[in-house]
Structures are given as C-alpha cells and as structure tokens.
Write a protein of this length. Structure first.
Length: 128
C-alpha cells in the first residue's frame, strides 16, 4: 500500500487552535494536547463568568444604594426602599439608582424622601 502524506489538513486544524491560545504561557500555548485542554477550560470559564459578572454587578449596585440610603440619616434600609419604590410603581432599576448614588446623591435623597413622605401619609390615617 502506498504511503499517504497527511499534510495541510491536520496542520490547519492545529493552527486554528493555536491562534486561540497564542497569549497563554508556556506549554499551554505550544503543545497540541495541552492547547486543546486549555481551550476547553478557557471557554468553560468564559461561559461561567458571564453569569457571575451579572451577579457581581447587581451585588455592587445594591451595596452602593444601601450605603447612600443609610448615610442619609433616616431610619431606612435598602429592602424597604426598593419595596416602597415598587409600591409607588417607580420603575428605576438598580443600575440607575446606583449611578444616581455615585454621581448625584441629592437626587437619590429626594427620591427616598418622597417615597418616605408618601408612605407615611398613606399609613397615618389608618392609625387614627
């Protein structure tokens, strides 16, 4: 039987994988088997961390809002604030509220004071 020279097809496949891992260090960018493993591992990490990033940013926004609300000096916390916002149907998401907390605290104070005033006004006739 004649000898078959396997040429460019395998090389093309390996080259494609090598381009993906070209920035990795050591054997992770040189050895074919290790490259294949590292590519799989990298793709798994990217997929997992996309969801984790969303989770982490949401936690950061909640922490920022809570810090500014409590700093205001009014007996108030984050969960009550969000609950009252939903009651009043103010559709501000946590990202926007966190940006307001950083850039313009007075605006967030005004929003929280309005929410507190309206809630106190609604609850006071029930107590009489």
């Amino acid at each position: 039987m004649t000898r078959v020279k396997r040429g460019y097809i395998a090389r093309k496949r390996r080259k494609k994988i090598r381009l993906f891992v070209s920035t990795f260090r050591g054997a992770h960018s040189r050895l074919t088997r290790t490259i294949a493993q590292q590519k799989i591992r990298a793709l798994v990490s990217v997929h997992r961390d996309r969801d984790r990033k969303k989770r982490d940013f949401r936690r950061l926004w909640i922490t920022r809002i809570n810090a500014v609300i409590r700093e205001n000096g009014v007996y108030y916390n984050y969960s009550k604030f969000i609950h009252d916002l939903h009651k009043r149907q103010l559709l501000l998401n946590r990202k926007i509220l966190a940006q307001l907390a950083i850039i313009n605290r007075n605006c967030l104070y005004m929003i929280s004071n309005e929410v507190i005033k309206k809630e106190d006004w609604k609850e006071s006739p029930k107590m009489i």
